[in-house]
Design a binder for this molecule. Structure first.
Ligand SMILES: Cc1ncc(COP(=O)(O)O)c(C=O)c1O
Length: 387
């Protein structure tokens, strides 16, 4: 038998990647992944890229792209500079690098619950234990924790249009989180891939911009605004952490794909960029509103939800006791896929919640898919009444 590392002995497949395989079946209506609408993908009518990009490049990324990203991040109030920006092979890589930097077996991380499941998966892989963040009182208990229960090493948060809940933190919640991390020397890791997909006015100032000292990592992505297939994200970090993250990336993949970096730079320098982003947000706002109407028609008396002010997801709470896995099975048989909310819980366990992505399905398919979920829920409720 192959002798594997301890951490590989308990490795689990990502439920979302598994579901993506099911979603490829012909005719499947998928609300499961976080896939942007192909309608939003930036055009590819670009000049041929310079030939020297076929050579190895710097680990931190292409200098012109780093400078451009630094400019955008500084405008958000972050303390950064081009030499403290690193281009990532997708922001998923930033999660992996941060986990490698911070997590040993048994390390405590503060996370929201529900939280981005592929981040929880990485943190668990490296052996993290979770403490759940109370947004209303972040850091409660960190001050008077006994020495055996030191504050967490790092807090991982998605304050703007959270995946999966769609929630956007208030200014007070952001300030409290920054103050708690700073006071207790907890690394603040802010993941911000959805900030430009904004449909209602809300506070979006990065939490990291509220720090005046301490260690932090802030990351973003071009997956939701340009195209996920390019696999391009970026991070900036406090001066103590940045060089360590660069060294970890050196060991991971030497550097990010240079052709993708060049393509994204063309997009960022395009004078039509702001107008294009407005169009993308307008398209998603229309899709969100149509989805909300269809939800009301098909699940109005079977679930509750809040209208997401940005991002790509609705988070639904069903009646207590609904067997969500049984619901998913029924729906998949009828060609509809969604993600059970339990996958996003840091504490594990069952949950009468589901996450629905509204960006991918066409409105007519969304209508049919939601009707299927509503019918399946109705059948399950009637079967329960009979037993
Ligand atoms: C919160 C969050 N972080 C990170 C990622 C990874 O994005 P990517 O690697 O495509 O940049 C996602 C993808 O959906 C996400 O929702």
């Amino acid at each position: 038998m192959a002798r594997l590392s301890m951490r590989s002995s308990d490795i689990k497949p990502s439920p979302v990647r598994e579901m993506l395989n099911v979603s490829q079946r012909p005719g499947m209506i998928s609300f499961a992944g976080g896939l942007p609408s192909p309608e939003t993908f930036a055009g590819l009518d670009l000049p041929p890229p310079p030939r020297d990009l076929l050579q190895y490049g710097p680990t931190e990324g292409e200098p012109a792209l780093r400078a451009r990203i630094a400019e955008d991040l500084a405008a958000l109030g972050l303390d950064t500079a081009p030499d403290r920006v690193m281009v990532l092979s997708g922001s998923q890589q930033g999660i992996d690098l941060a986990a490698k930097l911070v997590v040993d077996a048994g390390t405590t991380l503060a996370v929201e619950s529900p939280a981005y499941l592929a981040a929880l998966q990485v943190f668990r892989f490296y052996g993290a234990r979770f403490e759940i963040i109370d947004r209303g009182a972040p850091g409660a208990g960190w001050a008077d924790a006994p020495p055996s229960m030191a504050p967490p090493s790092m807090a991982y948060v998605i304050p703007t249009f959270q995946n999966p809940s769609g929630h956007c933190w208030t200014a007070d919640e952001r300030a409290a989180m920054a103050a708690a991390c700073q006071a207790h020397e907890v690394i603040l890791f802010e993941d911000d891939p959805y900030r430009d997909l904004v449909y209602e006015p809300c506070e979006r100032r990065p939490v990291c911009a509220g720090l005046t000292s301490g260690s932090w990592i802030y990351q973003g992505s071009f997956s939701k605004t340009v195209a996920p297939g390019l696999r391009l994200g970026y991070l900036t970090a406090s001066p103590d952490l940045f060089p360590l993250l660069v060294q970890l990336k050196q060991a991971a993949d030497l550097h990010t794909n240079r052709l993708s970096q060049w393509m994204v730079l063309q997009y960022l320098n395009d004078p039509g960029r702001a107008a294009r982003m407005d169009q993308v947000a307008a398209l998603y706002r229309t899709k969100r509103d149509a989805f909300a109407d269809a939800l009301t028609r098909h699940l109005g008396n079977k679930a509750s939800w809040a209208l997401p002010p940005g991002g790509l997801f609705f988070w639904l709470t069903l009646a207590d006791g609904v067997d969500v896995e049984a619901l998913l099975k029924r729906c998949v048989e009828r060609g509809v896929l969604f993600t059970p909310g339990s996958h996003f819980l840091a504490e594990g366990g069952a949950s009468p919640t589901i996450r629905l992505n509204f960006s991918l399905a066409e409105p007519e398919a969304a209508e049919r898919g939601l009707a299927v979920i509503g019918e399946a829920l109705g059948e399950m409720a009637r079967a329960d009444e009979r037993t």
